[in-house]
Design a protein around this ligand. Structure first.
Ligand code: MG
Length: 257
């Protein structure tokens, strides 16, 4: 037998084995009936909260938020007309509740009269887990990225200073933008070392910009990121100190996974 015939014979014998293994198998053998997934009533559009979501901002109040700097103080950003607007004087705000793995939807809008350039033009951020005071945590950058040049791992859709977005689907200032995030929290060994890294997938205006990436640790403004053990954590919104006009949010909801 030459080499080609040998290969063919080996293939045929393998197929024969597979056919034998399937003998007597029924279609029902590979059908799953339980457990049944829970019924969830979907929103009218993908932006609307499904029935099992927690409304983090319902358009009326900030009852579920506190100041990052002082958890005993209510978040005092401006709420009007169903919209939440950053109060730069009071600083970052975060949820009272902590989360581990989740799906989150958030809408943000850079004011039409935005001024400034680079990182100082509509800067905010969605901290996917707030691991401490100030800007501690994993920041999904929010910024005017419509014709606004800056470092690419600091533009909208970036995991700040770690991952450049796969595309730039930013809309002009004055228009609403959406983030849909799937967050998998990091896990740690008992000695505090990383067992599994944090992972995130981000859709920006419906466009995939971060595809199940493995974060290097919480956001580090200067230097290399590194992990520190933490448990469930709040969601945080950034009041950035730039001089540009404050941006707004609406329709923030989360589904714990
Ligand atoms: Mg920011």
């Amino acid at each position: 037998m030459n080499k080609h015939k040998l290969v063919l014979a080996a293939l045929l014998s393998g197929m024969g084995y597979m056919a034998q293994a399937q003998q007597g198998a029924k279609p029902e053998d590979t059908e799953i009936y339980t457990p049944v997934p829970p019924v969830v009533t979907a929103g009218k559009t993908a932006a609307d909260a499904p029935s099992d979501a927690i409304q983090l901002f319902n358009g009326k109040d900030l009852n579920q938020w506190v100041l990052t700097a002082d958890h005993s103080k209510p978040a005092d950003w401006k709420v009007a007309g169903g919209i939440l607007t950053v109060n730069k004087q009071s600083g970052n705000i975060e949820t009272k509740k902590s989360f581990t793995n989740y799906q989150l939807h958030l809408e943000w809008r850079i004011p039409a009269n935005i001024t400034g350039t680079g990182q100082a033009r509509g800067n905010s951020g969605l901290f996917l887990a707030s691991t401490g005071p100030g800007d501690a945590g994993y920041e999904l950058q929010i910024l005017d990225s419509y014709n606004n040049k800056t470092y690419t791992n600091g533009m909208a859709g970036s995991i700040y200073k770690q991952f450049v977005p796969l595309a730039n689907p930013a809309r002009p200032a004055g228009e609403w933008e959406t983030y849909d995030v799937i967050w998998t929290a990091p896990t740690f060994n008992t000695d505090g070392s990383v067992k599994t890294t944090a992972r995130v997938t981000v859709l920006f205006n419906g466009v995939l910009v971060e595809n199940n990436i493995e974060l290097k640790g919480p956001t580090q403004y200067i230097g290399q990121p590194h992990y520190q053990q933490h448990g469930p954590a709040p969601i945080k919104l950034q009041a950035h100190g730039d001089k540009s006009e404050p941006l707004s949010f609406r329709n923030i909801w989360i589904r714990e996974l």
